[in-house]
Design a protein around this ligand. Structure first.
Ligand code: ADP
Ligand code: MG
Length: 248
């Protein structure tokens, strides 16, 4: 038997995104392959969050095309819920529902969109809460959790959708330093299990450890893409060295 062909889960073709007259994504093309972990790095304002938000249609593009599993996300027959079941986001500021318990935060998505039974929802939340090490918090409200705990719940909530791709937008940059490690370790566990992920982060050691590919953005453009191995050797390369110095 021949080798299985890899599948493109997200295809971004020459997209442009403007806010008023400000071009924040300028002819960006990027493919995310199944089971791949792509890390995006770049200076503040370079368009990283906007690019992620375009991937699950939280932002609308002005030009170009985006395909999720070969379907054009701007096709009329696809609604936003279908896209956001497949491509989920973990935000810098957690965005948990403050009026819902931890357990309900995790189950509300699949309950509404996937019509699981109560028993299935209970099992799902138990499994995910054990996985992120917060089972004992299941009946608590978000306000009683630390930042690191909130972000671990946000990851559990994202995984509850059984997504095709998980997007992380600087998930540790709002945390106190002592809480960064617990969140990175849950992220590491998540991607080790074969989850396709796109991660915006400034944590370079983490990036080198988990990434299959590292994408560099600046001023709305992708400047370079490389593997962690290439990145290590590219330290000789003046252009990349200057760039890393600028962004880190
Ligand atoms: P990054 O995540 O790399 O810091 P962003 O994607 O947040 O960058 O922002 C890229 C550019 O788009 C910035 O100049 C920012 O000010 C602008 N921008 C982002 N979101 C909006 C918005 N909702 N309205 C207007 N401008 C925005
Ligand atoms: Mg951002």
């Amino acid at each position: 038997m021949g080798k299985l062909r890899k599948k493109e889960v997200i295809q971004i073709h020459h997209i442009q995104k403007k806010f008023d007259e400000n071009i924040v994504l300028d002819d960006v093309s990027l493919t995310i392959w199944e089971n791949e972990v792509v890390v995006i790095i770049g200076p503040s304002g370079s368009g990283k969050s906007t690019l992620l938000r375009c991937m699950n249609k939280l932002e609308k593009i002005d030009q170009g095309k985006i395909f999720i599993e070969y379907e054009d996300v701007y096709q009329k027959s696809i609604n936003n819920n279908q896209i956001r079941e497949k491509v989920v986001m973990v935000f810098q500021h957690f965005n948990l529902f403050s009026n819902l318990t931890v357990k309900k935060n995790i189950t509300i998505g699949p309950e509404k969109l996937q019509k699981l039974s109560q028993k299935e929802l209970d099992e799902l939340s138990d499994t995910l809460l054990h996985r992120v090490g917060l089972y004992e918090k299941k009946d608590f409200y978000p306000e009683s959790l630390s930042g690191g705990q909130k972000q671990r719940i946000a990851i559990a909530r994202a995984l509850a959708m059984k997504p095709k791709v998980i997007l992380f937008d600087e998930p540790t940059s709002a945390l106190d330093p002592e809480m960064v490690g617990e969140v990175l370790s849950v992220m590491k566990e998540t991607v080790k299990g074969g989850m396709t992920a796109v991660i915006v982060t400034h944590e370079m050691n983490f990036a080198k450890e988990v990434a299959d590919r590292i994408v560099f953005m600046d001023q709305g453009k992708i400047l370079a893409e490389m593997t962690p191995e290439e990145l290590n050797s590219a330290h000789e390369n003046q252009r990349i060295a200057n760039f890393l110095q600028k962004i880190l």
